[in-house]
Design a protein around this ligand. Structure first.
Ligand SMILES: CC(C)(COP(=O)(O)OP(=O)(O)OC[C@H]1O[C@@H](n2cnc3c(N)ncnc32)[C@H](O)[C@@H]1OP(=O)(O)O)[C@@H](O)C(=O)NCCC(=O)NCCS
Length: 159
């Protein structure tokens, strides 16, 4: 089997990535509070990683620049892996590579809205100080420090 390659998102990838995330999340995803941090925003392509086998997209994670209170952070999501490719570590690899790229680029932290049991394995912890711009289960708001001197995120998240 052709090996999996991971690379930053290119402009031509957008359509197939949207198709994957629409399939993975269903139509409800555009109503989520997380979407408020993506609409009108511009993704950071260099940190948004996708997994490919040849010309087939296997998974994608996207990263967005967001203000939180007086500071800034990268907002991670959506993350999706093709259903038949799941449970082989692609999701974890996408998150690891996106976080490493963000750290390399000088970002102090990453945050997201997601399942604690999944993202906890990757070092994400609760971010009780982050207010999302819409209704959300606060326990699902998670962050991860990238810089050693990163301070806990505090305040309203907004584009
Ligand atoms: C979540 C998702 C990206 C994980 O991709 P993946 O490539 O299967 O991830 P990994 O292989 O790194 O990890 C798989 C493990 O995480 C577990 N897992 C997957 N989703 C989980 C969740 N929401 N909560 C807890 N554990 C989860 C799997 O059961 C599996 O466990 P195992 O290693 O004990 O078998 C993929 O399942 C997906 O696209 N889901 C639909 C979209 C989605 O819900 N995304 C956001 C999640 S908050």
């Amino acid at each position: 089997m052709t090996e999996i390659t991971y690379r930053p998102e290119a402009p031509d990838d957008a359509l197939v990535i949207l198709e994957l995330t629409d399939r993975a999340f269903g139509p409800g995803r555009y109503a989520k509070a997380a979407e408020r941090l993506r609409e009108g925003n511009r993704l950071i392509a260099a940190l948004s990683i996708s997994a490919w086998r040849g010309g087939d997209l296997l998974g994608s994670v996207r990263m967005w620049p967001v203000r939180v209170g007086d500071g800034v952070s990268v907002f991670l999501g959506p993350i999706a892996v093709e259903a038949e490719e799941r449970k082989h570590g692609i999701g974890a690899e996408l998150v690891a590579r996106a976080c490493a790229a963000a750290k390399e680029a000088g970002w102090g932290s990453v945050f997201l809205v997601g399942d604690g049991p999944y993202f906890g394995r990757m070092g994400f912890v609760a971010a009780p100080g982050v207010r999302m711009p819409g209704p959300v289960d606060q326990r699902r708001v998670l962050w991860k420090a990238l810089a050693e001197d990163a301070v806990a995120l505090e305040g309203l998240a907004r584009v």
